[in-house]
Design a protein around this ligand. Structure first.
Ligand SMILES: Nc1ncnc2c1ncn2[C@@H]1O[C@H](COP(=O)(O)OP(=O)(O)O)[C@@H](O)[C@H]1O
Ligand SMILES: O=P(O)(O)OC[C@H](O)CO
Length: 496
């Protein structure tokens, strides 16, 4: 009898392999970082082969450390950094170029031209997305345009495109299976989220041969098995796939319309389940697929913040103001307030709701009395203000009064951040007992397909709050602080 579901969480900075048992408890975790490549200012790339080898290595470590045998594994669920684009040769299995990461701005000029040529509405009405370098479509075009002979090879049918989930399934299955799921497809800028198919017109505009594209599957079904020669001698079912933010929505048990989660990792991603409603945002939010299960596709509204926890890494690595992320909490709490200092962490432009590719980071309000503590505090506060920018719009567009926010991701262990978040939003913030909700969502998707778990109700019953933060800041103070943030963003956007 299989005892565990193996979740593989291929994030932006690290790969995690996590074993979940029947009661959705974590049996073991293994995690490794991989290299971030910054070949030019604003470009971010990964080596897809390094991601693959890192994945095998964390799985092996997990099996060894936890003394688990492969036959204990019921199935594999995959979740991944979304949008990041890999193109590889289907004969050799070798990527033709580094994976171009979601954060990378190397396709800004392609986007500017598409916008100038008047394509914005067409893309938005079919994909639910604005034209931005964030999404995969222009990254595919860039690789085909810039890697010698790539376009000819693609047109001859020799190259395959995939987001990180596709790449991993293809590798795990020994080159047998080229697929993705609805959630990942919905982030490519070439997938029609209403007709549920790759869009020929958009592919033509971006000059992407459709033969490169993976087959789009549901988020929970037995797609294929691992190749025994590659996967420790066993054919294990691969049975769940979802982009990491949708997997977190699932892992947080946000199955009802109107339930919202926010994940605080490298960036910050807020998703609201909108059921079968496809809300066309007029205010810079994204319409995206939440998941497709049992023949039914459900939708979400999303706000994507590009820089959140990575601003804390910047405090640590570039400014050297802190030694580790955890320290930011004590420093922020050591002062009454940030004394009028605001940080706008637009290091790679701003995502929702601004979609401003050219704005860059800025600090405002410095005085002779501003020091390290104020800057650290302003950095944490900026994460909360960006979240407020989004929640206000989301509630307005969905016509829902949001009373509680479910949160997850590495930064939710910072109690200053969570309390300030609750104050600035004026909503209760719930941190669940298991904060590895992304991996948990992927595990659930796989386990539901194989019968390891029976129903979503079982999942809802497993979800429990560990910490709850209640708003306590006076209304006037909260609004004054937020007004300052809005002025700071406006000022940063003028300076380009
Ligand atoms: N206590 C903390 N306070 C503030 N930020 C934190 C804290 N712990 C982790 N972080 C930030 O959270 C991020 C890591 O979270 P994680 O969910 O692992 O991210 P990802 O999946 O995007 O790689 C890092 O950017 C880190 O700076
Ligand atoms: O790897 P994360 O957790 O920062 O998530 C990245 C997002 O999927 C980008 O859209």
């Amino acid at each position: 009898m299989a005892k565990y579901v193996l979740a593989l969480d291929l994030g932006t900075t690290s790969v995690r392999a996590i074993l979940f048992d029947k009661s959705a408890q974590i049996k073991g975790v293994s995690q490794k970082e991989f290299t971030q490549h910054f070949p030019q200012a604003g470009w971010v790339e990964h080596d897809a082969n390094e991601i693959w080898l890192t994945t095998l290595s964390v799985i092996a470590d997990l099996f060894i450390t936890e003394e688990v045998i492969v036959s204990d594994i019921d199935s594999i669920g995959i979740t991944n950094q979304r949008e990041t684009t890999v193109i590889w040769d289907k004969t050799t299995g070798l990527p033709v170029y580094h994976a171009v990461v979601w954060q990378s701005r190397q396709t800004s000029a392609i986007c500017d031209k598409l916008i100038a040529d008047g394509h914005s509405e067409r893309f938005k009405e079919k994909t639910g997305l604005p034209i931005d370098a964030y999404f995969s479509g222009t990254k595919i075009k860039w690789i085909l345009d810039n890697v010698p002979h790539a376009r000819e090879r693609a047109e001859a049918g020799n190259l395959l495109f995939g987001t990180i989930d596709s790449w991993l399934v293809w590798k795990l299955s020994g080159g047998k299976t080229h697929i993705t799921d609805y959630t990942n497809a919905s982030r490519t800028l070439i997938y029609n989220i209403f007709d549920l198919k790759w869009d020929e017109e958009l592919c033509n505009i971006l000059e992407i041969p459709m033969s490169m594209l993976p087959e789009v599957k549901s988020s929970s079904e037995v797609y294929t098995t691992t190749d025994a020669a590659i996967f420790f001698g066993h054919n294990i079912s691969i049975a769940g796939i979802a982009g990491d933010q949708q997997a977190a929505l699932f892992g947080q048990g946000c199955f009802e319309e109107g339930l919202v989660k926010n994940t605080y990792g490298t960036g910050c991603f807020m998703l609201m389940n909108t059921g079968d409603k496809k809300i066309h945002s007029q205010n810079g939010l994204l319409t995206t697929i939440a998941w497709g299960i049992d023949g039914k596709v459900e939708y979400a509204l999303e706000g994507s913040i590009f820089v959140a926890g990575s601003a804390v890494q910047w405090l640590r690595d570039s400014l050297k103001l802190i030694e580790n992320a955890k320290e930011s909490e004590a420093l922020a709490k050591s002062v009454e307030d940030s004394k009028g200092v605001y940080l706008v962490p637009a290091f790679v432009g701003l995502g929702s709701p601004y979609w401003d590719q050219d704005v860059r980071g800025a600090i405002f309000g410095l005085t002779r009395g501003s020091g390290k503590n104020e800057i650290v505090r302003a950095t944490l506060e900026s994460i909360c203000y960006q979240t407020r920018d989004i929640l206000d719009l989301m509630a307005y567009e969905a016509g829902i009064h949001v009373k509680r926010l479910r949160v997850d991701g590495g930064a939710v262990h910072n109690s200053f951040l969570m309390q300030f978040q609750s104050d600035i939003l004026h909503v209760e913030v719930d941190v669940p007992k298991v904060t590895e909700t992304t991996a948990m969502g992927a595990a659930y998707l796989a386990g539901l397909a194989t019968g390891f778990w029976q129903s979503k109700e079982e999942i809802t019953a497993n979800w429990a709050v560990d910490k709850n933060y209640k708003p306590s800041m006076p209304e006037e103070k909260k609004e004054n602080l937020y007004n300052g943030w809005q002025k700071a963003v406006a000022a940063a956007r003028v300076f380009k």
